[in-house]
Design a protein around this ligand. Structure first.
Ligand code: CA
Length: 232
């Protein structure tokens, strides 16, 4: 089934070109040209992603964002902000927007951001489902409910963040997760530090989990992309 995108934009020419381009990419697109209608559709329309202009009649984009997030904290929302409105970007991310794009934008960049947000949302949805089960790899067992980790029946002590990181990797077992995926899903959008924090955590996790697997690893580096956890 096609992914459904809600476009909330009052400038008719922009709404129109977005609809044409997104439909060309194979998405199903519904457009709203004021904030109130956008908010109502967001709640009722079963969308996979929302493109939300900030300057809107009836209800501005920030209000729409805040109201949507009260009801739904999963759906990816990309803000369309005016150039130089740094406050909007920061406030928007604080209110739970996943990304923003500055007007005027290049269509290719917007389409890339849409694809990336949809991908991340698919990864975190599957991570959420996996959290209900016991996760295993080799002789390692992880219980997301009790936050216990065992290897060969012996408990392993992880810090809370190491634990979250391991659960995220295991929830995506046999699938590459990018450094962006990791930062967004394990550290969250508030994180604006160095991304080499990931390397530090990987090193600690390997030391705690892999030290006597000799040459076989479970956490594999995919150079220039990210990491994958798998049996060998
Ligand atoms: Ca506008």
């Amino acid at each position: 089934m096609n992914e459904r995108i809600l476009v909330v934009e009052d400038e008719k020419s922009i709404a129109k070109i977005l609809k044409i381009e997104l439909e060309y990419e194979g998405y199903e697109v519904i457009a709203a040209n004021d904030g109130r209608t956008g908010f109502q559709l967001a709640l009722e329309g079963n969308f996979d992603l929302i493109l939300l202009d900030v300057m809107l009649p009836e209800l501005n984009g920030m209000e729409v964002l805040r109201k949507i997030r009260k009801e739904n904290d999963m759906i990816p929302i990309i803000l369309l902000t005016a150039r130089n409105m740094t406050m909007d970007k920061v406030a928007g991310l604080d209110l739970g927007a996943n990304d923003y794009i500055t007007k005027p934008f290049e269509m290719e960049e917007l389409l890339a951001r849409v694809r990336s947000s949809l991908r991340q949302s698919a990864v975190s949805t599957s991570a959420l489902k996996a959290e209900e089960e016991i996760l295993t790899i080799k002789d390692i067992m992880v219980n997301p409910q009790t936050r216990e980790v065992e290897r060969g029946g012996k408990p392993i002590s992880l810090t809370p963040k190491e634990f979250d990181f391991l659960v995220y990797l295991l929830a995506n077992k046999n699938r590459i997760v990018t450094r962006d995926n990791i930062i967004n899903n394990v550290w969250g959008y508030e994180y604006i530090g160095e991304t080499n924090v990931i390397d530090v955590y990987i090193r600690h996790l390997r030391k705690k989990l892999e030290e006597d697997f000799s040459d076989s690893q479970i956490i594999h580096t995919v150079r220039g992309v990210g990491y994958i956890i798998k049996e060998s």
